[in-house]
Write a protein that binds this ligand. Structure first.
Ligand SMILES: NC(=O)c1ccc[n+]([C@@H]2O[C@H](COP(=O)([O-])OP(=O)(O)OC[C@H]3O[C@@H](n4cnc5c(N)ncnc54)[C@H](O)[C@@H]3O)[C@@H](O)[C@H]2O)c1
Length: 370
């Protein structure tokens, strides 16, 4: 018999720019004209039914005016749309409309849109390029950067997906003006998470300026957007596929993702992460990783931002403990948590591990106390 070796060494440059600014729709179209995605001239603009009127239609019209073929693919807003079925609907609609491999997807919206559209682009025709136009604070702080794309399933959030880097990310700070206050607050959770895990000066800045976020003080919003990007892309550049370091971005997400699912998405992603961070500092304090003072500072900052730090009464605590096991960090059926080291750093455990095993009784104790 024969034995063939298929030599396929990969050298890939997936670098991309993140542009932060105000009303960047025209800039996006100019960049496309200047070759952002080569000579592609067909654009599938994926968005939800709220962002459609706020930004996506404008981008669509600008592209058409510039001579491109552009079409909107719209789904109902909210986390419940981040599922396989909606991905399938978008794909079928794109096929029906004649979109083939020579197209580019533009995700216009929050994290639900960028996660769903990025995943769709990654599998459509075995992969077409995509661009993120982030319109929520949460997508700006986290979801639009880093190339993680996914859908939720009834069992857990974000477990079915791919790493797929966008060609460029646009962060439109002006878009935050129309966000409902609850959504703006939700976005603060990933911002506070970044400060907790990487930058004590940024944490102090947030302690001082959090009210200015809600007063839309321009320089504060810009500073926050920039710091979030820097913290996230520095981690992603070192460990794109989450072999080790990238796990630190899961701070607060073990309890966070589980409670988001158990609440059947009554809790927004950021609200769930707020509760998750509060659980993490409580557990971390019991292990000696963070002082009582710093634990209380983290909880106080979350509260100052308007985020929940206790588990709502309607959540079944036992169900929540069980749900922790659907977390992607679980190894050999054992729970693993990321912990901050004081404020502005993370705990590193043996063999470059950034998550440690947590006995179920310890996790249960914290959950029951909240
Ligand atoms: N891929 C990642 O690395 C990553 C990281 C963090 C979070 N996420 C995901 O991000 C999602 C949460 O993101 P999100 O909070 O942006 O969700 P979202 O996309 O559902 O947006 C929240 C709501 O705001 C509305 N909206 C969006 N832009 C608006 C605007 N400018 N004005 C008024 N309303 C607007 C949307 O229609 C929606 O109703 C979750 O699915 C989470 O899992 C992904």
């Amino acid at each position: 018999m024969s034995n063939f070796r298929v030599g396929l060494k990969k050298v890939v440059d997936d670098s991309y720019d993140i542009e932060i600014g105000y009303e960047l729709e025209e800039k996006l179209v100019n960049d496309i004209r200047d070759g952002l995605v080569g000579s592609l001239h067909k654009f599938a603009i994926v968005t939800d039914d709220i962002v459609k009127e706020l930004h996506a239609e404008k981008i669509c019209k600008l592209l058409q005016k510039a001579g491109y073929t552009a079409q909107l693919f719209v789904f109902p807003n909210g986390e419940k749309s981040k599922v396989r079925k909606v991905k399938e609907n978008i794909e079928d609609a794109m096929l029906e409309a004649g979109f083939r491999r020579d197209c580019c997807v533009i995700a216009v919206g929050g994290g639900v849109v960028t996660d769903l559209a990025g995943f769709t682009a990654g599998t459509y025709g075995r992969g077409v390029p995509f661009i993120n136009y982030a319109t929520t604070h949460l997508a700006a702080a986290d979801a639009s950067i880093g190339g993680k794309t996914a859908v939720d399933t009834p069992l857990a959030t974000n477990l079915i997906g791919i790493f797929n880097q966008p060609k460029k990310v646009y962060i439109d700070i002006a878009a935050w003006k129309t966000l409902p206050k609850r959504q703006l607050i939700s976005g603060m959770a990933e911002t506070i998470k970044h400060a907790c895990l990487a930058d004590v000066a940024f944490f102090e800045y947030l302690e001082e300026h959090i009210k200015d976020v809600f007063a839309f003080k321009q320089e504060v919003l810009e500073h926050i957007a920039e710091e979030n990007c820097k913290i996230k892309y520095h981690v992603v550049m070192q460990d794109e596929k989450e072999a080790n370091l990238r796990e630190i971005l899961n701070l607060g997400h073990t309890v966070g993702r589980a409670i988001e699912t158990v609440s059947e998405y009554q809790l927004l992603h950021g609200e769930a992460v707020g509760i998750g961070l509060a659980a993490e500092v409580r557990l971390g304090n019991s292990y000696g990783y963070i002082s009582e003072t710093d634990r209380d500072r983290v909880i106080a900052l979350l509260q100052k931002a308007g985020l929940p730090t206790e588990i709502p009464d309607y959540i079944n605590r036992e169900e929540l403990v069980k749900k922790l096991y659907t977390d992607k960090k679980v190894r050999d059926g054992k729970l693993r948590f990321v912990f901050q080291k004081g404020i502005g750093a993370v705990m590193e455990f043996e063999n470059q591990n950034y998550a440690r095993l947590v006995p179920e009784e310890d996790a249960r104790k914290v959950i029951m106390s909240m």
